[in-house]
Design a protein around this ligand. Structure first.
Ligand SMILES: *Cc1c(COP(=O)(O)O)cnc(C)c1O
Length: 430
């Protein structure tokens, strides 16, 4: 596709966009009387306009039915999480019995590590990325400590090579093979939060399995962003939050995936709670814990329905849009257009120090919608100026600005306008 840096071209693409009607389904923050340029759907997705209606249904049922709502509500609360089974399994490339919407992300990561980080003898180490998200680092460190190991020894980090920003699959696989008989778990962010790099999840999983090691992914930045095929890739487990690309609101309920071969094993160690108990006999309230033979068997508590109602609003929009394939198709174009616009800006900037360096992989297969840039010369001043000019983007230490044009609600015009704002700011900078 040949791109042009013009408003007319951007508008033409928007007119041809089969997903264009979805923009209107979201509430944009306003800047000077019109929609702000919102590129932080990777941090907090916009609110679907329908959310308040979805939540109101539950509030009304709560008011009218009170405790009867568990079974008689429009969406019975007792089984509310089951609403998500089919659509979420589809969105995550999983089988129906492999997914569950529950808790929040870091908690799910801990719960899954209880089952899948089972150090034994010489095998107690975890392989992960050197620039993992803080919460994941804390989860890994404290899990390792829970088993009596020292994180400095038990956590093996794979880092980008000198002078590079992203990981090479071959380096990850080499690390796995080199330390194979000491490793208990391979755990990576499927998309790195900082660089936006999509890892080769099927190859990493296969390498781990070949060495007899379990493999999991944190999909916080992948869920609702790229097409994942967790079941076909044979991933052991994964977890994600739903407030990023899944637009389900601040602190929203999260998701987890557990491979079929594990969910059927009711002897697999886990932390138990009554909602993980076999639902046919849950209310016998027997003392012995018998988990369900599905990902539901990892639930602890009854469903947080108000949070789940917001998630339902968003999942319904994803389903209406046709799931991930059409979204990904637009996303590839939209992000390529942002890359094109940034490259055009760089051409106009004489001062090498002011050029924007894209650290996200250029290969579209290795990225989702996020582009991470380093504004070498002006760093945070550039970020602050963008924010003041009505551009929502974010800053991550030490020097990265992240921009994520989201296919559900961002337009080519948004991306073009960003280019105009950024170019003006950079050309003004002395
Ligand atoms: C956003 C994000 C989190 C946030 O964790 P919560 O438990 O949802 O607060 C954790 N890990 C990664 C990789 C993230 O991107």
């Amino acid at each position: 596709m040949k791109f042009t840096n013009s408003l007319a071209f951007a508008k033409e693409q928007d007119k041809k966009d089969p997903l264009k009607k979805f923009r209107k389904k979201f509430l944009f923050p306003q800047y000077k009387g019109s929609d702000a340029l919102y590129f932080v759907g990777n941090s907090l997705g916009l609110q679907p306009a329908s959310v308040s209606k979805y939540i109101q249904v539950e509030l009304d049922d709560w008011a009218k039915l009170a405790s009867e709502g568990h079974f008689d509500a429009h969406n019975p609360w007792y089984s509310y999480h089951e609403i998500f089974t089919k659509p979420v399994a589809k969105l995550m490339g999983a089988k129906d019995d492999e997914v569950i919407i529950m808790n929040q992300l870091t908690l799910n990561l801990h719960l899954l590590m209880v089952s899948f980080y089972r150090p034994k003898g010489k095998r107690y180490k975890i392989v992960c990325e050197s620039n993992a998200f803080s919460s994941d680092n804390y989860a890994l460190q404290t899990q390792v400590q829970l088993h009596g190991y020292n994180p400095a020894d038990a956590i093996i980090e794979v880092a980008p090579r000198k002078g590079e920003h992203t990981l090479r699959t071959e380096d990850i696989i080499k690390t796995i093979n080199k330390n194979a008989d000491e490793i208990a778990l391979v755990l990576f962010g499927g998309i790195n939060y900082l660089t936006g790099q999509v890892l080769d999840m099927p190859r990493i999983t296969a390498a781990a399995h070949k060495a007899g090691i379990l493999c999991g992914f944190d999909l916080a930045h992948a869920a609702g962003n790229i097409e994942v095929k967790l079941h076909d890739w044979d991933v052991d487990f994964a977890c994600w939050c739903t407030y990023k690309y899944f637009n389900s609101g601040p602190g929203a309920v999260a998701g987890a995936y557990i491979n079929q071969r594990h969910v059927k094993n009711i002897r697999l160690l886990r932390l138990g709670g009554w909602w993980g108990y076999d639902k046919k006999t849950r209310f016998i309230m027997d003392k012995k814990f018998i988990p369900m033979k599905s990902a539901e068997g990892w639930q602890l508590s009854n469903a947080p329905v108000l949070s789940m109602a917001a998630h339902k609003a968003s999942v319904d929009i994803f389903t209406e849009a046709g799931g991930m394939p059409p979204l990904r198709k637009k996303s590839l174009m939209l992000t390529a257009y942002l890359e094109f616009i940034i490259n055009r800006i760089n051409e106009k900037i004489k001062d090498k120090n002011l050029k924007l360096e894209i650290i996200t992989p250029i290969d579209p297969a290795q990225r989702g919608c996020q582009l991470s840039i380093i504004a070498q010369g002006i760093g945070k001043d550039f970020y602050n100026a963008l924010t003041k000019a009505g551009v929502f983007c974010d800053w991550r230490n030490p020097n990265v600005i992240r921009l994520a044009p989201v296919p559900l609600y961002n337009s080519f015009e948004d991306v073009w306008k960003f280019g105009q704002v950024a170019e003006k700011l950079l050309l003004q900078t002395k």
